[in-house]
Design a protein around this ligand. Structure first.
Ligand code: GLP
Length: 260
């Protein structure tokens, strides 16, 4: 794992955006795995700015999002389809037909999960996966105790996760109980993975992910098995790490190591 610790969230976001754009430069038709959540908002804003400045074109790129709520149609205000459209897709030159999310309004969600996983495989697999982390260590919607080899499937959300996402819904009863999510195994199959975490509320989960045992109790810890995982943090999210001195020694203030 490459652990990059930046002085503040803004620098962490700039670094994550630069790493994603560098992939586009070498492979304009790259396949990206995308995440939602508050952490990603400034990152997508940054990508939109880079696109407006002529420094990033998504014209040939494809995307697959990690997850979607079950029972929520793509045009619902709180769907991840809407989030992605409003925050990123409508502001960049991506071909909408090459943007993919699981459908939450599926009649047969088991079939939808299989279709989604097959679509990722048919695209040649994900070159660069962006991931956030939940306070309980979830990635995508892979809640604690998720199989570390799971593929896209239905997951029941924990009450913690439902509470954390309550701010997006008018009524607490409207918060979905289930989601379709790429599995931990789907995420491990990606060629490269970047997890972005900012803020002190993520510090405990980040420490468990990076320095704890590999355990389904903290699904993000499975990233220790990923051959090319980069963890991009601000100082607050890194606050509970014990080996900070080492990470800073290898990558001072998030800089590349001398071997790159
Ligand atoms: C949701 C998403 C995750 C995201 C997490 C953290 O549960 N399914 O992909 O990482 O929230 O979100 P935030 O960045 O808002 O803390």
């Amino acid at each position: 794992m490459k652990v990059l610790i930046y002085d503040d969230a803004e620098r962490a976001v700039v670094s994550a955006a630069d790493q994603l754009v560098a992939v586009l430069e070498t492979k304009p038709d790259a396949v990206f795995g995308l995440a939602t959540g508050g952490t990603m908002l400034p990152l997508y804003q940054r990508l939109v700015e880079l696109h407006r400045d002529g420094r990033a074109s998504f014209g040939k790129a494809s995307t697959f999002n990690l997850d979607e709520y079950i029972g929520i149609a793509p045009d619902h205000a709180c769907s991840y389809h809407t989030y992605m459209r409003e925050v990123l897709f409508k502001h960049i030159d991506i071909d909408p037909s090459r943007t993919h999310l699981p459908r939450g309004d599926c009649a047969d969600c088991v079939a939808e999960a299989a279709r989604y996983e097959a679509l990722i495989a048919a695209s040649g697999g994900i070159d660069f996966q962006l991931v956030g982390i939940g306070q309980n260590g979830h990635i995508g919607f892979n809640e604690p105790t998720s199989s570390l080899s799971s593929l896209t499937r239905i997951k029941t959300l924990t009450e913690d996760t439902r509470r954390a996402n309550a701010r997006y819904f008018d009524n607490p009863e409207d918060i979905p109980k289930y989601a379709l999510t790429m599995g931990v195994g789907s995420i491990l199959a990606t060629r490269r993975c970047l997890l972005l975490a900012t803020g002190v509320t993520k510090a405990r989960a980040v420490a468990a992910m990076v320095e704890g045992p590999i355990s389904a109790a903290c699904p993000a810890s499975a990233l220790q098995l990923h051959p090319k995982a980069t963890i991009v943090l601000d100082r607050d999210a890194a606050a509970e790490l014990e080996l900070t001195e080492y990470y800073q020694h290898v990558h001072p203030k998030g800089a590349e190591s001398v071997w790159n």
